[in-house]
Ligand binder design. Structure first.
Ligand SMILES: [Zn+2]
Length: 130
């Protein structure tokens, strides 16, 4: 662990909390933002699966949100909540910023030395969406 600490620079966060901005966004912009979230990634502590951001092909093919199926309407409603400033005032929203460190063994199947691990940080798809 000392090795990982030595290769990371500590970057302090903001000295005081900042509010989530109030933004007006259209359904078509939500769909565009969701399409930019890469899928099939590891899950993190908030438990949000990236499939939330995966619209069905039929809805993707329509004119960006003019008529969505019930499932895509539900997903859009969740995403709209994610951009609501009230959501980010709740303490539980901070769980989306808890990332997971995965140490890949570059010498698999051998046992690696400390410098033969590749550290990866896995973030919530919510962070990627925003
Ligand atoms: Zn759909």
């Amino acid at each position: 662990m000392e090795h990982f600490r030595s290769v990371h620079n500590f970057i302090p966060g903001p000295s005081s909390p900042t509010s989530f901005p109030s933004i007006k966004i259209s359904i078509s912009m939500i769909i565009t933002m969701a399409k930019n979230v890469s899928l099939g990634k590891a899950i993190v502590f908030d438990g949000v699966d990236d499939s939330l951001f995966n619209f069905c092909q039929a809805c993707c093919d329509t004119a960006l949100g003019t008529s969505l199926c019930p499932e895509c309407v539900r997903r859009t409603a969740v995403m709209m909540e994610l951009i609501d400033p009230l959501y980010w005032e709740h303490e539980r929203s901070s769980r989306h910023f808890d990332c997971r460190l995965i140490c890949l063994n570059k010498k698999h199947p051998d046992i690696p030395l400390v410098e033969e691990y590749r550290p990866l940080v896995v973030c919530s798809p919510v962070v990627k969406f925003l």
